[in-house]
Design a protein around this ligand. Structure first.
Ligand code: HEC
Ligand code: HEC
Length: 498
């Protein structure tokens, strides 16, 4: 069966409709696209199904698309096959329609049309707890999956944790459990990270746990290490999320990783500003040609090629600067704000120490050119997983009040060993500390890639920002930006074109 000629004509039709600006028709086509894709993503191997390059998918503010270096996005490979026992594929949680992430809106849509029976909602991690009553609320409302992580010591790091951990808020009753080996398992709730634009990564997984053995910190070893990390990650995802009894075959693994590597995704079209790849440099095709090496443009001055840091990280929309289209002009101003608006950065473990304040910009942390992740693996705690109930930093508290933090467990970590002994921390996600056991890693996670945002709300790894306006309001308080209402709107308009 082949749907390619059909999908090609859908694209042509959509392009015509976009030109004509017929929104209700656009919405109807969007619905059809979604439906087709959810059917495709749940099916197992059907030969020769693919999306042409730049096949557009609708979201609230425009169209997103993916560009594959192989010329098309193959939907029939093992990434879209059920390799486990619960019917899930990688594409169940990493959907082409959602920039290879998963929007909470799509999770809701699937919940409604399948009455909660779609494999997406498998109890293993699609429910708030792996046993007991099935409760899909965190997945349906916030796009969150339960990640059960063993508290160190564990097999890879036999040294004991520097902290003791207890749950001070346990809304579902499985915040901390004990497994058959007597190990403590902490439940944290995280968003799927997109499986596209992976050639720009400096760490795999929010806490970097899949790139500890083969770090992504050196140009010479980057390609081989990323390949090894993604291969191991695909094994773990199959055994975990898909509940397989055995790992995929080496041939399947290599196909999955090759597939992931070939992809670049971004917003392609903005309803108000028009084509984002005409005369300007938005969209996934330009992104696929963006050069990168670990540490590029490092904001702390450690670019391995010795080049000085420039805050002008995004240079996509200069041409929009003097546009008469108000949305285009707003996007250009938003890009400028992202690059240059002053931030007072304080209380960010991993970056600042004690009462230190850094005069920075958004690009102090989002420093990879035209991608926005942190080019060095430097996990940080910006405070979005803290609990308002226990927060003592006034800026973090004000910032948390801009978010709609999901109802998740809150942990108390009391440090008993190491340089931070005597300190107590409260967080809903201990981040890298659950891997390393170190108190200095509590709450720290990687800086995320900022492309394809419009396709996959909500934001932050814990889904605490329902939309990009909340993200911007969070930062405005967190780092005392003092943005005007218009500046906030410009910044949001820019972020939604990425
Ligand atoms: C049930 C949903 C689900 C399924 C199925 C799933 N993933 Fe994921 N994936 C996630 C979540 C959640 C994360 C983030 C976890 C974290 O950061 O701790 C993630 C993260 C990733 C990442 C890391 C990206 C980055 O930026 O670090 C890769 C790569 C990935 N998944 C690939 C796969 C592959 C390959 C498969 C199929 C074998 C798969 N996933 C199946 C939910 C899923
Ligand atoms: C001190 C470092 C730092 C600064 C400054 C910073 N960020 Fe972030 N940003 C991060 C980290 C770390 C994350 C990941 C946090 C998480 O997911 O929990 C993140 C996540 C995000 C996300 C969510 C991406 C996603 O996929 O969910 C957006 C959007 C974002 N930042 C935009 C901005 C903007 C806009 C600014 C400036 C106003 C900014 N950031 C300033 C470190 C920073």
């Amino acid at each position: 069966m082949s749907v390619t000629s059909k999908s090609a004509s859908v694209v042509t039709k959509l392009r015509r409709q976009v030109k004509g600006g017929s929104r209700s028709k656009l919405r109807r086509s969007a619905f059809l696209c979604l439906l087709t894709l959810s059917v495709l993503a749940t099916g197992s191997a059907i030969a020769d199904i693919y999306l042409p390059n730049l096949f557009p998918f609708f979201n609230a503010t425009g169209l997103s698309a993916t560009y594959s270096s192989t010329g098309r996005v193959d939907l029939s490979g093992p990434f879209f096959q059920s390799l486990g026992t619960n019917g899930r594929t990688c594409g169940t949680c990493h959907a082409p329609s959602d920039g290879f992430g998963l929007s909470a809106a799509d999770a809701r849509f699937k919940y409604i049309i399948s009455r909660g029976k779609d494999p997406l909602f498998s109890q293993v991690d699609g429910s708030t707890c792996p046993t007991g009553e099935v409760d899909s609320s965190l997945l349906v409302n916030n796009g969150l999956f339960r990640i059960g992580l063993a508290v160190p010591p564990n097999a890879t790091d036999p040294s004991p944790a520097q902290y003791t951990i207890t749950a001070v808020q346990d809304p579902y009753g499985c915040a901390l459990t004990v497994n058959a080996q007597g190990q403590q398992i902490a439940s944290v709730y995280r968003r799927p990270l997109p499986t596209t634009n992976l050639g720009f990564l400096s760490a795999v997984m929010f806490d970097g746990r899949e790139s500890l053995t083969n770090p992504l910190n050196n140009k010479q070893t980057f390609a081989a290490n990323l390949n090894a990390d993604l291969t191991q990650q695909a094994i773990d995802a199959t055994l975990g999320h898909a509940q397989a009894n055995e790992a995929p075959t080496p041939a399947q693994l290599s196909q999955i990783v090759k597939f992931e590597f070939s992809l670049n995704s971004a917003q392609l079209f903005d309803f108000a500003a028009g084509d984002l790849s005409k005369r300007v440099n938005g969209g996934p095709r330009f992104l696929s040609a963006q050069s990168y090496y670990p540490g590029i443009n490092d904001s702390l001055g450690a670019d391995p090629q010795g080049k000085p840091f420039t805050p002008n990280v995004f240079t996509l929309y200069k041409f929009f600067e003097n546009s008469r289209n108000p949305q285009q002009a707003s996007i250009a101003r938003g890009e400028e704000i992202f690059n240059t608006q002053p931030l007072t950065i304080s209380d960010v473990p991993g970056l600042t120490t004690g009462n230190q304040q850094i005069a920075g910009t958004c690009t102090t942390c989002h420093d990879t050119f035209n991608v926005g992740n942190h080019s060095f693996s430097l996990p940080l705690d910006i405070g979005n997983s803290h609990s308002a109930t226990y927060e003592t930093d006034a800026n973090i508290l004000a910032a948390l009040n801009q978010l709609q933090t999901p109802r998740v467990p809150v942990f108390e970590l009391v440090c008993t060993q190491g340089p931070l002994a005597g300190n107590t921390y409260y967080t809903s996600d201990p981040g890298k500390a659950l891997i390393s056991g170190q108190c200095s890693d509590i709450g720290r996670g990687k800086g995320l890639i900022l492309r394809g945002l419009a396709a996959r709300a909500p934001y932050f790894h814990n889904g605490a920002a329902a939309n990009l306006t909340e993200v911007v309001k969070f930062y405005n308080q967190r780092f005392q930006m003092e943005l005007t209402h218009d500046q906030m709107r410009d910044l949001v308009n820019f972020l939604q074109t990425l």
